[in-house]
Design a protein around this ligand. Structure first.
Ligand code: UDP
Length: 466
């Protein structure tokens, strides 16, 4: 990387594509629009896949470099059945010395340290090196507002959150339904509850919080956040790669009518039981709508196993082995199956895609809005139930089932109904129109002089003036 007088940002990313993708995009934005040098530190764990290879990026325009710390083996540091947030928190804690040593030997010392949601324990390094410090929460303001209120809820609420009879009140924000509470808060006796509480307490310790939302998407929730400087800089999404769609998939998509295809995908790690895959397959077939389905091998008891799923821990059976008999033949013309991983942004931006059945990971939700695709919300883990409620009830860009997919199997008839609704029925007209409006507003927020462009510029001004 070049050595210049440019400001230099060191960004720490936690493992997992859903965390790394928005960090890399933030880095690129700092390079492209704000003249920064950027070093991104990726913390790999022995459980995560080869992320940098997946991103196929090590340097960008000679101004952004990705440094991958060697994998951290946490087997002896956590219980064998430790939950996702515990494992992630331990990996990030173990990475702090490596980050300290990397920063201290940099030829061009950083002027700001940015950490993601799981990296708040590294904020102390910014104090040691006397540089600015920001937390990048790559999700929405409603989630942040809730998280900042978690330490108070922890004191106020007796018993488990999920057993509360009334929605949880959040100052200035819509209350959160107990069943929507984020996974790590569901069991107070689990270590991941303590780790999550610690993170929520540490969030305000930076000079500000960068958020992947934009001002007029969540005006009310943003106003509700009082005691910390928040910079809504979103939507931060990966741009479309010109050659990202190729071969058979591109040919198939090119042949379909405009906005006729439903894209079905559940994030970087979402998995389902055999029973649910079967219902989904019949629901898609009965809807008679076109679809592209990114499918992973079924995993029983999927709700937690799914989050850190890299494909390594599952068998790699061909879809024909677990899909219903004859499904692939019967849907040959109607559907296109992609095992494990697909070029999501490129698919969503193709003119023939007109809807997205999604697990409501925030990157996926933003990518859907930016491409004007209304959603069928199918939340699986983490904060996705809160996101699903936001997308359906507040933003009006999605429909969802009454059944929570992590609690029970969603049946084929209901799936058929939701698919028809979002793709063609009158009832889906609202979400279809609303998402186009948000697509337009997102574009405005990002352009020079727009609210998100200005928010990032302000964050930079504040950190450089420190
Ligand atoms: N993604 C992709 N192809 C896939 C699955 C996921 O490109 O087959 C990308 C997707 O575009 C998004 C990210 O991986 O940028 C997933 O992030 P999200 O927040 O939606 O969900 P997570 O995987 O973190 O639960």
């Amino acid at each position: 990387m070049e050595i210049t007088t440019k400001p230099h940002a060191a960004i720490l990313s936690s493992p997992g594509m859903g965390h790394l993708i928005p960090v890399v995009q933030l880095g690129k934005r700092l390079v492209d629009y704000h003249g920064f040098l950027v070093t991104i530190f990726i913390v790999a764990s022995n459980e995560s896949s080869d992320q940098s290879q997946l991103l196929q990026l090590h340097t960008y325009k000679n101004s952004l470099e990705i440094v991958e710390f060697p994998a951290i083996d946490i087997t002896n540091l956590v219980e064998p059945d430790a939950k996702f947030v515990t494992r992630l928190a331990v990996v990030m804690r173990e990475a702090v010395p490596a980050l300290r040593s990397a920063i201290s030997t940099m030829k061009c010392p950083p002027s700001v340290l940015i950490v993601d949601l799981f990296g708040t324990e590294a904020l102390c390094l910014a104090e040691e090196f006397k540089i600015s410090k920001y937390v990048y929460v790559a999700t929405n303001a409603r989630f942040l507002s809730f998280s900042l209120h978690v330490p108070t809820l922890h004191e106020l609420i007796k018993g488990e959150f999920v057993d509360q009879k009334e929605p949880l009140k959040i100052p200035g924000c819509k209350p959160v339904r107990p069943e929507d509470v984020v996974d790590p808060m569901l069991d107070r006796s689990n270590q991941q509850y303590c780790e999550n509480l610690r993170i929520c307490k540490q969030l305000p310790l930076g000079d500000g919080i960068l958020l992947n939302t934009w001002q007029d998407l969540e005006a009310q929730a943003l106003v509700s956040i009082q005691n910390v400087q928040v910079y809504p800089i979103g939507p931060v999404v990966r741009p479309v790669k010109p050659d990202g769609l190729k071969g058979e998939m591109l040919c198939w998509l090119d042949k379909q009518p405009t906005e006729s295809v439903l894209y079905v995908s559940f994030g970087s790690g979402g998995t389902m039981s055999v029973k649910q895959i079967t219902e989904l397959a019949f629901g898609l077939e009965q809807s008679q709508q076109r679809f592209i389905w990114v499918i992973r091998n079924p995993v029983e008891n999927h709700s937690d196993a799914s989050f850190f799923s890299t494909g390594k821990e599952h068998d790699d059976d061909p879809p024909s082995k677990y899909l219903p008999d004859g499904f692939l033949t019967r849907t040959k013309e109607l559907g296109f199956i992609v095992p494990n991983w697909a070029p999501q942004v490129e698919i969503l931006s193709h003119r023939s895609v007109g809807g997205f059945m999604t697990h409501c990971g925030w990157n996926s939700a933003m990518e859907s809005i930016v491409n004007g695709a209304p959603m069928i919300a199918w939340p699986l883990y983490a904060e996705q139930r809160m996101n699903a409620t936001l997308l359906t009830e507040e933003l009006g860009v999605a429909v969802r089932s009454e059944v929570l997919p992590t609690k029970a199997v969603v049946g084929r008839l209901e799936i058929e109904k939701m698919v028809r609704m979002i793709m063609e029925d009158k009832q889906g007209k609202g979400p279809r129109e609303r998402v186009k409006e948000l697509q337009y507003r997102a574009k405005n927020a990002l352009c020079e002089g727009g609210s998100s462009y200005n928010a990032l510029a302000n964050a930079i001004k504040n950190c450089c003036n420190k």
